[in-house]
Design a protein around this ligand. Structure first.
Ligand code: FNR
Length: 182
């Protein structure tokens, strides 16, 4: 069976390393996984006052895409030792209305990447903690805090040989995790 994976990317910029990593993971993924980036950049900042019936169309469309997926994959940079605001906003939008979270019970994983040395450890763990609360079954190993990400892609956008084996290992482990928990 092929499992659909909703991929959320925490950076909105065009040249995002994390977006490139998400696309590379989609290429490397085994046939059992179908990865699709679900965009989060146009979601209005979460506000309970606007999240009434009918919900803002952007909220409804986003929630429907998450609900239509079998699994979740978060690929994110770190901003000020946490996840970027658009990612947290997307998590908040997907978690509501109360009792109808689009995340519950799904398998998930998080990969963080930074040009710095610590690989977005803080963002990775904050995001993981949100998912623990939201009852997402987060893959534990391999952990993915990718430092030195400034050299992962050359000017033509080609993935470096240095990081490719780890990405392959990560996505293969994730495929096994999804097969077990979806
Ligand atoms: C950053 N950056 C950063 N990096 C890091 O390792 N830890 C951090 O806490 C922060 N904080 C931070 C805050 C803000 C507001 C910005 C704009 C940037 C640097 C960040 O890792 C770098 O810009 C990455 O390239 C962003 O990821 P994308 O956009 O390339 O995917």
């Amino acid at each position: 069976k092929t499992h659909k994976v909703a991929v959320l990317v925490g950076s909105l910029r065009k040249a995002s390393i994390n977006r490139k990593l998400a696309l590379a993971l989609a290429e490397l993924a085994p046939a059992s996984l179908q990865l699709e980036i679900v965009e989060i950049g146009e979601l209005p900042l979460y506000n309970e006052d606007i999240d009434v019936d009918p919900a803002p169309p952007a909220y409804s469309a986003f929630r429907a895409k998450l609900k239509g997926a079998d699994a979740l994959l978060f690929v994110t940079p770190e901003y000020n030792r946490s996840m970027p605001a658009p990612m947290k906003n997307a998590i908040d939008v997907g978690s509501r209305p109360y009792g109808q979270s689009a995340f519950s019970g799904k398998p998930g994983a998080v990969l963080s990447a930074s040009p710095g040395a610590m690989g977005g450890f803080g963002a990775n763990h904050h995001l993981r903690q949100c998912m623990v609360f939201l009852d997402v079954h987060m893959m534990q190993q391999p952990e993915a805090y990718l430092g030195g990400a400034g050299s992962f892609f050359d000017d033509s956008g080609t993935l470096s040989d240095g990081i490719k084996p780890f990405l392959q290992k990560f996505i293969d482990a994730y495929a096994a995790w999804v097969a077990k928990h979806a």
